[in-house]
Design a protein around this ligand. Structure first.
Ligand SMILES: NC(=O)c1ccc[n+]([C@@H]2O[C@H](COP(=O)([O-])OP(=O)(O)OC[C@H]3O[C@@H](n4cnc5c(N)ncnc54)[C@H](O)[C@@H]3O)[C@@H](O)[C@H]2O)c1
Length: 446
């Protein structure tokens, strides 16, 4: 990017600086504000996982891998069987790669106690709920857990967006409730957001952070807000990417520019992989909560046309049967063109540099708000979330670290320019913290 300082130190020096920063960031992340390092931990000998879908099965594997038995609970036998088959398939794939022996696969599978009723949960020390992302379903599950799970057990939700304090309020023991937000695939991704509710007890947090280390995760504490640290920022990044499509870019250009910047996957490829229906449902929920009519964006139009991404064979891209290769799709391009025409937008040329600036600075700006609100304790926690949960390029040290290397004054100048455009989304307004740091000549980290 042209905005990056031209008198940069040599590559090796930068790499060493970034590596040292990441190491330091991990040490800092394990220090929880208001929780002394010598807080006694609660023993975790057995874990319950509720829901054996995409997340529940991956979460289960984390514990089996370290020899902790898991009660895996489902509503119906076929869902339970599917979850067990997924776990077995993943282990057998590891076996084929020579990472596990057949005996090890069986030993891990034997640690699962599949169940269709709550009785076995009387024996667990921690429950992680991974059922549908719907508050009324979470309510039913947490009320039922409160009845059976022993006193002192930790009750966790893997929710991506929902309010942990409301969930805690469904129980008579909100001090034992927190969010343990794993990322997909949960047995692979290193990040764990540990979501601290208003009433979460210090030893529940300390135990969860220690447990994260046991299962090999990089854990970061987040406060409660819609989407916590990672997904709240991702919403702004996604909106910036969407705005570029409306303005004149195509999904393949935006993805290519961000991948050239170093992102593991561009936002539209990622959307197709994760399923566009998730964001669609969230936007419908937000509009309903705000009592305003839904104003569909192109992503919603794709969903209305039944294009949810890879799982339906088409989303932003199309996919040949059995292939994950994203292919540019004239149907999407037509949909985009229709959207622009309907909104009186004359498409303009968008440079790759603009793609990177808008998407990455949208992350930085929301990160600054998150920091200012105390949702994240420190800028380096935000960097860890993006490095370990969202495929942010390691060599750039995370969005906040990267912003420091560009210079916050330059980031602020760009945001001011975007915010001043006619009809600009108000979220482009620079975060007050960003302005303050610039006026003090400081960065997020220095
Ligand atoms: N998929 C992701 O990428 C992802 C990432 C992070 C967090 N999450 C969150 O994890 C949770 C689960 O998501 P998922 O993608 O695994 O969903 P999923 O639809 O794959 O699985 C949910 C499972 O829960 C089961 N279930 C529903 N109600 C139940 C109940 N009362 N008792 C027992 N089982 C029940 C369903 O049968 C289903 O198998 C959601 O809160 C989601 O927001 C998802």
């Amino acid at each position: 990017m042209s905005s990056v300082n031209s008198s940069r130190p040599p590559q090796a020096e930068v790499a060493a600086e970034v590596a040292a920063f990441i190491e330091h960031a991990q040490r800092l992340a394990s220090q929880i504000l208001g929780v002394p390092a010598d807080t006694p931990l609660r023993p975790i000998h057995k874990v319950g996982v509720i829901g054996a879908g995409t997340m529940g099965s991956g979460i289960t594997m984390n514990f089996l891998n370290v020899g902790v038995p898991v009660v895996l609970l489902e509503m119906k036998q076929d869902a339970l069987d599917r979850g067990l088959a997924t776990i077995r398939r993943n282990y057998e794939n590891s076996m084929k790669k020579g990472k596990l022996t057949a005996d090890e696969v069986e030993a891990r599978m034997a640690l699962i106690q599949p169940s269709l009723d709550h009785e076995p949960l009387r024996q667990v020390d921690l429950v992680i709920e991974a059922v549908f992302e719907d508050m009324s379903v979470k309510e039913k599950v947490f009320k039922a857990l409160d009845e059976v799970v022993p006193p002192g057990a930790i009750l966790a939700s893997n929710t991506s967006y929902l309010d942990i304090d409301r969930i805690a309020g469904f129980t008579k023991r909100p001090q034992d409730v927190l969010g343990l937000h794993f990322f997909s695939p949960a047995h692979v991704m290193r990040l764990l957001e540990v979501v601290r509710g208003a009433k979460t007890a210090p030893d529940v947090l300390a135990t969860s952070m220690a447990l994260a280390k046991t299962i090999g995760k990089v854990a970061v504490v987040s406060g409660v807000c819609d989407g916590f640290i990672g997904n709240r920022m991702l919403a702004r990044y996604g909106a910036a990417a969407q705005g570029l499509i409306h303005a004149g870019a195509l999904p393949q250009q935006v993805d290519a520019a961000l991948q050239a910047f170093g992102m593991a996957m561009g936002p539209f490829r990622m959307g197709d992989l994760a399923g566009l229906d998730i964001g669609w449902a969230t936007r419908k929920r937000r509009a309903a909560e705000a009592g305003v009519p839904m104003r569909p964006i192109v992503a919603d139009l794709l969903c209305e046309a039944g294009r949810f991404g890879q799982k339906t064979g088409a989303g932003w891209y199309r996919y040949e049967p059995g292939s994950r290769e994203p292919l540019p799709d004239p149907v999407t391009e037509q949909l985009i063109a229709d959207y622009r025409a309907a909104h009186g937008i004359t498409p303009r040329a968008v440079s790759d540099e603009e793609v990177v600036q808008r998407c990455i600075y949208a992350l930085v700006n929301e990160g600054a708000r998150i920091l200012e609100e105390g949702i994240a304790a420190r800028a380096s926690d935000i960097d860890l979330v993006y490095l370990y949960g969202y495929g942010f390029p390691k060599h750039r040290g995370g969005p906040m670290f990267y912003a420091d290397t560009v210079g916050l004054a330059e980031v602020l100048r760009c945001l001011e320019r975007f915010a001043a455009e006619p009809g600009a989304d108000p979220s482009w307004q620079p975060a007050p913290l960003l302005r303050r740091l610039v006026s003090q000549g400081r960065g997020f980290h220095r």
